[in-house]
Design a protein around this ligand. Structure first.
Ligand SMILES: Cc1cc2nc3c(=O)[nH]c(=O)nc-3n(C[C@H](O)[C@H](O)[C@H](O)COP(=O)(O)OP(=O)(O)OC[C@H]3O[C@@H](n4cnc5c(N)ncnc54)[C@H](O)[C@@H]3O)c2cc1C
Length: 447
């Protein structure tokens, strides 16, 4: 492919791999420095019918940035500025390539926070987190990115630039196009500017309860107990016994190893006793941490997937099911049964407080690994849950997403989604053959 027309835009020829291990073999990688360059790249791609893959930091766990045919990557990492922090209207305006950790640090200096904190916050870009509607460890109280995006500038697949939404807390003008783009996994356009709601850092003192559980089942029972007692932690995260071992082995975590793994609950100091009552009879050991010690536990939790990846020797599928919280005990029981059936352990990492479980499947045999992955997702569908809470669909979950939508919403809903994609991207150049489009193809090939 002759890229002479774009020669003044920084570019490279290189292969990449995303965090899920999917290969990325583009014809070229472009590094636009501003929106005008993004527009030129998109127009060039449209003229040449070249698939474009928007790339944040490649931490996708579902193959959302994969490409093994004639495509180009648009790497947004050079568009990484904070454009405005508005301390009266309480929003921040950023370019998409800024790393989430850098944004968190700048906001903290000004006494603000953006609550959604995917465990990859130290790696991922804000644009990627918006395109995935990432959740995170504080999701139980604050929700995922979907709840924090106010407005976006987007380069559409025809090269036109639109701004959707306004930096307003309330806005009823027209269909909610902001939330059409949030979570669209780069299939509808390239996000070039983002307005996000921010809040002042809460002043009340928080503590971190590290509960080493007596068994796996206790994890779900404690969360149901918290709900019954109307306790809403800021964070309630779980890693199972094998993840605790992996953290000790690969990150020198020095955590106590128990059969039930570790539940982390961050909560206001004056609610600690209420939590301890719910934990009664479910733990082997409890530590109440503050300050640096609490930060260390939070940081270990955020690196849990890295420890599991080190343990798995790269054979690694990160599941991402959500079930209604009331169904957590049943989901955990059935997970154990599926593990026994496949003679494996699942290395469960979980935003358990909102019913979001990440069993990491490290079975060597690919067919068995895929079968276990699908069986877990179908269990979630059956329990009224979802095949993805936050990691998205990419290529790995398209078939399962089709099954979920057909079962829970009906064929016509998937059909509508597919036609929205076709309306916005008639030439099929924007991150094609993934997400909704691939799900629709599975459905129609099935007849
Ligand atoms: C260790 C680890 C922990 C994780 N923990 C969590 C977690 O707790 N919660 C969670 O939700 N996720 C988690 N994830 C996965 C999560 O999807 C990503 O970390 C993150 O949201 C993606 O950011 P990224 O910049 O790497 O995007 P990429 O992986 O580069 O891209 C992700 C998707 O966004 C699209 N995209 C990127 N930038 C743009 C843009 N500017 N415009 C349009 N589309 C764009 C891409 O095309 C792709 O479809 C984790 C991943 C890792 C590796």
């Amino acid at each position: 492919m002759d890229f002479t027309e774009l020669k003044d835009i920084e570019q490279k020829v290189e292969e990449r791999e995303d965090f899920s291990g999917e290969k990325v073999r583009p014809l070229g990688v472009f590094f636009p420095k501003d929106e005008d360059e993004v527009v030129r790249i998109v127009r060039f791609a449209k003229k040449n019918r070249l698939p474009i893959i928007p790339w944040g930091q490649g931490t996708s766990l579902t193959g959302a940035v994969s490409c093994d045919k004639n495509c180009i990557l648009v790497d947004l990492s050079k568009m990484n500025k904070i454009l405005e922090i508005n301390d009266i209207d309480w929003y921040v305006r950023v370019q998409p390539g800024i790393k989430l950790i850098d944004l968190f640090e700048e906001l903290e200096k000004k006494g603000f926070m953006l609550p959604p904190d995917p465990a990859s916050f130290f790696l991922c870009s804000v644009g990627g987190a918006v395109a995935e509607s990432s959740g995170g460890m504080k999701g139980v109280r604050y929700g995922s990115f979907r709840e924090w995006v106010l407005s976006l500038r987007v380069v559409l697949p025809n090269g036109e630039v639109i701004k959707v939404g306004e930096p307003l807390r309330k806005n009823r003008a027209g269909y909610d196009l902001v939330h059409l783009f949030v979570g669209s996994e780069g299939t509808l356009g390239i996000v070039t500017e983002i307005w996000l709601r921010i809040i002042p850092i809460p002043k009340r003192k928080m503590v971190m309860i590290a509960a080493m559980l007596k068994d796996f089942e206790s994890a779900g029972e404690v969360i149901v107990g918290l709900r019954k007692n109307k306790i809403l932690p800021e964070l309630s995260e779980y890693v199972d016994a094998d993840v605790v071992k992996a953290l000790n082995k690969h990150l020198s975590a020095n955590l106590k190893e128990t059969e039930g793994g570790m539940l982390l609950i961050s909560i206001e100091e004056d609610s600690v006793d209420d939590v301890l009552k719910v934990l009664e009879g479910k733990t082997v050991d409890i530590k109440i941490a503050e300050g640096e010690e609490a930060e260390k536990l939070y940081s270990l939790r955020s690196q849990a997937a890295i420890a599991v990846k080190a343990e798995s020797n790269k054979v690694f599928y990160a599941e991402d099911i959500v079930v209604p919280v009331s169904k957590l005990p049943e989901a955990i029981r059935r997970l154990r049964e599926i593990g026994e059936k496949y003679n494996t352990k699942f290395y469960v990492i979980s935003h358990i407080g909102d019913g979001n479980l990440h069993p990491n499947i490290i079975i060597e045999d690919k067919v068995a690994r895929e079968n276990a992955f699908e069986e877990i997702a179908r269990m979630a569908i059956e329990l009224g849950g979802s095949v993805s809470g936050e990691h998205g669909i990419g290529v790995q979950k398209a078939k399962l997403m089709a099954e979920q939508i057909v079962k829970h919403n009906g064929v016509s809903v998937l059909d509508l989604m597919y036609h929205i994609k076709k309306l916005i991207d008639p030439d099929d150049i924007m991150n094609p053959d993934k997400y909704v489009e691939l799900a629709y193809k599975f459905l129609t090939s099935r007849g």
